[in-house]
Design a protein around this ligand. Structure first.
Ligand code: NAD
Length: 448
């Protein structure tokens, strides 16, 4: 099947590469020419484990190509997948649909033969209807069906998740469109079936499908916020958050995932999707107090982590330096969008004008530089974990990269100015740190 994907970002690129690997003919379209030239040369524009190899393999097999021209890509396409960004509107915080509407308008003239337009962008309920109206208005002769095909991949596991989805949600009542999406995923479902997995297409109406995405992300964000609040509770009461989370997770009704405490949720999805659901609830006169307090509580969590780090500095130190391990919003990705780490850094630098930072992330340095450039020389970008520690007064761990577990505490004990660690991910061996003379603060752990 020939598939055109509009938007070649964190969702569009892994989806395109995955569909090509399943044997489809994929053309990825993006309006950023620099992105397209890199991809044409077989260079990935974002970090995801396994993506580079699959990209090169499928370019060589001529199953995937890249272009900035929608006109060139469309002849013969049975399916168009839209995967453009839907960021929060700067004023109202609702989902900003300008990129989606632009993509639909650009696409309309090319829908001459019956084509399924599947929307993978996360969009407010009812957006599918608006896309139908927009396309019909732009091209009254267009022959098409709009399907909601929400994406559930986790950044850092995008390739794995493409090939191992928990479910594939297909939002349309149209039989012909359902069959086409069934054909698209048939090779994957067959492969999963052979592995003994019973993954199914979940066929629902378009509005349910759009809502499933927001409900899922808001529920997961709430679960994270809940365990972070429990971590605060444990610190005050002498309980241990891991023992508590384990005990909770054994209950099948609760489940053990997303019960890992941290500095707050972030990334390009949970913050914006909770905000968008909160906005839609108000628009529809529905009280959603849980989602609202999750948004507010998470912001407070991030700020409180920053304050905790500042508090760990010696108040007499006029020119302090904090070493920071981790900038991406989670491990496995180079994505810094709405990263709790970046928000904490911003808070630290604004609150302490004399403060300098030494930072390191295994994958996100380039993206972080683009965000942090206004702070100029106040930030030293390090080439290694050890370099971060040198002459730092406090070491803060903000992203849960597994390699940070191997941080050389003995070396840091020699190179840091003061031996203080605030570990917002509980990655380091606290006993070893304390044995080496560090003041070590984790989260959700009994206070010494
Ligand atoms: P992104 O910003 O990484 O990628 C979007 C791409 O679309 C960009 O490369 C941009 O240049 C391109 N684009 C925008 N308008 C275009 C147009 N008219 N024509 C061609 N290209 C255009 O965004 P993303 O993270 O991939 O997210 C895309 C959507 O998927 C969002 O709605 C998001 O909420 C949703 N989503 C994201 C994730 C995730 O983990 N990132 C997971 C599930 C769902």
């Amino acid at each position: 099947m020939k598939v055109v994907i509009i938007g070649t970002g964190y969702v569009g690129l892994p989806t395109g590469v995955g569909l090509a690997e399943l044997g489809h003919e994929v053309v990825c379209v993006d309006r950023e020419a620099s992105k397209i030239s890199k991809l044409q040369a077989g260079i990935t524009t974002l970090y995801e484990e396994g993506l580079a190899e699959l990209l090169q393999k499928n370019i060589a097999a001529k199953r995937i190509s890249f272009t900035t021209s929608l006109a060139d890509s469309m002849p013969g396409a049975a399916l168009v997948i839209i995967a453009v960004g839907t960021p929060p509107h700067p004023v109202t915080q609702e989902a900003d649909l300008r990129y989606l509407y632009a993509a639909a308008t650009e696409l309309a003239p090319y829908l001459k033969e019956y084509t399924v337009v599947a929307n993978k962008s996360t969009v407010p309920v009812g957006t599918g209807d608006m896309i139908v109206n927009l396309i019909s208005k732009t091209n009254p002769q267009a022959s098409f069906e709009v399907v909601s095909l929400p994406e559930f991949l986790r950044e850092g596991y995008a390739v794995y998740d493409f090939f191992n989805p928990d479910r594939i949600v297909v939002g349309t009542d149209d039989e012909r469109a359902r069959n086409l999406i069934g054909e698209l995923y048939a090779p994957l479902l067959e492969r999963l079936h052979q592995e003994g997995k019973d993954t199914k297409l979940l066929l629902v109406n378009r509005r349910s499908s759009e809502t499933i995405k927001y409900a899922s992300n808001s529920f997961l964000a709430t679960k994270i916020h809940f365990i972070n609040e429990m971590a605060n509770f444990c610190e005050k009461t002498g309980a241990n958050i891991y023992e508590v989370a384990h005990g909770m997770g054994l209950d099948k009704r609760i489940g053990s995932s997303f019960l890992n405490p941290g500095p707050g949720f972030g990334g390009s999805c949970f913050p914006k999707d909770t905000l968008a659901l909160d906005f839609m609830a108000r628009q529809n006169n529905v009280e959603m107090t849980l989602v609202h307090s999750t948004i507010v509580g998470n912001q407070a969590r991030i700020a409180s982590m920053a304050e905790r780090i500042l508090k760990a500095l010696n108040p007499l130190n006029q020119e302090p330096t904090i070493g920071v391990l981790g900038l991406a919003f989670k491990n496995g990705t180079d994505d810094c969008r709405v990263s709790p780490a970046m928000q904490i850094l911003n808070h630290l630098l604004e609150r302490q004008p004399q403060l300098k930072l030494r930072v390191f992330d295994p994958q996100a340095m380039e993206n972080a530089k683009l965000i942090l450039f206004p702070y100029g020389e106040r930030i030293h970008y390090c080439a290694s974990m050890n370099e971060v520690a040198e002459q730092s007064d406090v070491l803060a761990i903000l992203t849960e990269w597994p390699e940070f577990k191997d941080f050389d505490l003995a070396q840091a004990a020699l190179s840091m100015k003061a031996k203080v660690i605030v570990d917002c991910r509980n990655l380091l061996d606290s006993s070893q740190a304390k044995a080496l003379g560090f003041t070590y603060q984790g989260i959700g752990l009994p206070q010494a």
